[in-house]
Design a protein around this ligand. Structure first.
Ligand code: ATP
Length: 271
């Protein structure tokens, strides 16, 4: 996804409900920097609900970070801000990318156009300079080589999610944002998809930020886990995993899980 008129760095100092006051700053940035001072919503009874307050963290260039936080704490709200879909907040966000951040996004819903084939869905997202690029390697890596000509209605949810991952990565994004892309899948399909995602991401690493409720998933995928509080949401702490993924066997992952639970005692996670 390329955002209209988005820059690699933007800030919003607007009053909450006046996006016209928001302004953007241009700037080269290698890392993702999130400094959201405040994000609130109006409620139907005329009140306000403060969702994010002083939410500050960074993700290094080509790092894979997971965000873990309680239900309803504002993870999707944060992703919408990063995607530029919500400018009504106080604070600033700096995205990776030289001038304009190319953003790949994968949501829980694959959001494929039903009247287009898998390949057409992916090609539609490509920027001009990649229009004629070969997608053979990407489709092969994601196990979609034989499904390029399938329509979304012919795909299982797991295959549709693979197509959504292919679409997000085909654009060679400066940043990849994922919102619980493996929920509602059976355990083995979800695990297979995690491996596929890691495989394609490792072939061409990019800065990635994934929202999840699943601690084991976060430990498997991340370089860093950002742990969020209840609302108004801020960062409780981060858990850095400075270990190459090929060292992360069952025993190592169990040790990491224990270390995480020691550091964040009392935090509810799945599983
Ligand atoms: N457009 C909106 N108007 C009013 N309130 C909203 C709006 N969008 C989100 N909220 C509220 O903001 C809070 C955070 O929502 P959000 O979906 O970002 O949380 P989340 O952490 O992603 O939740 P979950 O873990 O359940 O997916 C919730 O209380 C939600 O009801």
């Amino acid at each position: 996804m390329r955002l209209p008129s988005s820059r690699s760095c933007f800030s919003s100092n607007s009053s909450w409900y006046n996006p016209l006051n928001a302004h953007q700053l241009a700037g080269a940035a290698a890392r993702l920097k999130v400094n959201i001072e405040e994000k609130s919503f109006r409620t139907s009874d005329g009140g306000t609900i403060e969702v994010l307050r002083d939410l500050n963290f960074e993700v290094g260039e080509n790092e894979f970070a997971c965000v873990l936080g309680p239900s309803g704490c504002g993870k999707t709200t944060m992703l919408r801000i990063l995607l530029g879909l919500d400018r009504e907040f106080r604070g600033s966000v700096q995205l990776p990318g030289k001038v304009e951040a190319r953003m790949g996004a994968v949501f829980q819903e694959p959001l494929l156009l039903p009247w287009r084939t898998v390949e057409q869905n992916v090609r539609l997202a490509l920027p001009t300079h990649l229009r004629d690029t070969s997608l053979d390697q990407l489709f092969a890596s994601l196990g979609l080589a034989k499904m390029r000509g399938f329509y979304p209605s012919e795909l299982s949810l797991g295959l549709a999610r693979r197509a959504a991952i292919a679409r997000a990565l085909a654009i060679e994004p400066d940043i990849l944002l994922l919102d619980e892309p493996f929920v509602s899948l059976d355990a083995s399909t979800a695990q297979q998809l995690r491996h596929l995602l890691l495989g394609v991401w490792s072939d061409r690493p990019t800065t990635a930020l994934m929202v999840t409720h699943n601690l084991q998933e976060a430990i498997m995928l991340s370089d860093r886990i950002v742990v969020l509080s209840d609302r108004p949401t801020h960062v409780l702490g981060t858990f850095d995993i400075r270990l190459p993924r090929n060292y992360r066997n069952e025993q190592v992952n169990a040790d990491l899980l224990r270390a995480f639970r020691e550091k964040f005692a009392g935090i509810r996670t799945e599983p």
